[in-house]
Design a protein around this ligand. Structure first.
Ligand SMILES: Cc1cc2nc3c(=O)[nH]c(=O)nc-3n(C[C@H](O)[C@H](O)[C@H](O)COP(=O)(O)O)c2cc1C
Length: 178
C-alpha cells in the first residue's frame, strides 16, 4: 500500500482489448511498485471523441477536459501500448492529439513501454510524438518488449530479463519525479 507521499501516476493503455497484455503489464507494475507509487488506470480512452480542431476551443468536450485534468494532476504518465499495423493504435493517438493544444504533457515525466509482437515502428513514432509535445525525459524512460504474449501470464511477468528492465525503468522514473 502506498503512503501519502507516493507519486500519483496516470497509466494509459493503448489497447482496449479485454484480455490485453498491456493492461496486465500496467497491473503488474502497479502491484510491484505499490509502496512507491500510486498508479491509476485511465479508463476508456476509446470513449473520447474523435479529435477535431474545431472542437478544441475554450470549452472542450467534457470527456476531454476530464482527461486533461487527470494528466495535469498526475506526477507522471505511464503509457503501455501495442503496435498496430506498424503504427500507434488509433484510440491512443487520438487521446494524445487532444493534449497537444493544452500542453498537458509538457514537462511531465513519461514512461513509454511498447509491448507488442515486435513494436519497433509504433514505438519510434510514439516516442517522436511524445518528444515533440515535451514529455519530460521520455528518451530515458522508454522500453520495447517484443513477444509480450510469451512474457506475461495471468497478470505475472514470467520473463526475468523483462522484469529486470522494468525494475530499472521504474527506478529511473521514480528518481526523475522526485
Ligand atoms: C489490428 C492489429 C494489428 C497488429 N499489428 C501489429 C504490428 O504491426 N506489429 C506488432 O508487433 N504487432 C501487431 N499486432 C499484434 C499485437 O501487438 C499483439 O496482439 C499484442 O499482444 C496486442 O496487445 P494487447 O495484448 O495489449 O492487446 C497487431 C494486432 C492487431 C489486432
Amino acid at each position: 500500500m502506498s503512503d501519502d507521499t507516493a507519486k500519483n501516476i496516470l497509466a494509459i493503455c493503448g489497447s482496449t482489448r479485454q484480455h490485453s497484455s498491456n493492461h496486465q503489464l500496467i497491473k503488474c507494475i502497479a502491484s510491484i511498485f505499490s509502496e512507491q507509487v500510486q498508479i491509476n488506470l485511465l479508463h476508456n480512452i476509446s470513449t473520447l471523441p474523435h479529435y477535431n480542431p474545431d472542437d478544441d476551443k475554450e470549452k472542450a468536450p467534457e470527456a476531454v477536459t476530464h482527461f486533461r485534468n487527470l494528466v495535469l494532476q498526475s506526477d507522471g504518465i505511464l503509457i503501455c501500448t501495442p503496435e498496430y499495423a506498424h503504427g500507434v493504435p488509433g484510440s491512443l493517438k487520438n487521446a494524445i492529439d487532444w493534449l497537444v493544444s493544452s500542453s498537458s504533457f509538457s514537462g511531465k515525466p513519461t514512461v513509454l513501454i511498447t509491448a507488442s509482437t515486435d513494436g519497433k515502428f509504433g514505438h519510434a513514432a510514439l516516442l517522436e510524438t511524445l518528444k515533440v509535445i515535451e514529455a519530460k525525459q521520455v528518451e530515458q524512460l522508454q522500453l520495447r518488449i517484443p513477444f509480450i504474449q510469451t512474457k506475461i501470464h495471468n497478470n505475472i511477468i514470467s520473463d526475468e530479463k523483462t522484469l529486470q528492465e522494468i525494475n530499472a525503468l521504474m527506478a529511473k522514473f521514480i528518481d526523475i519525479m522526485q
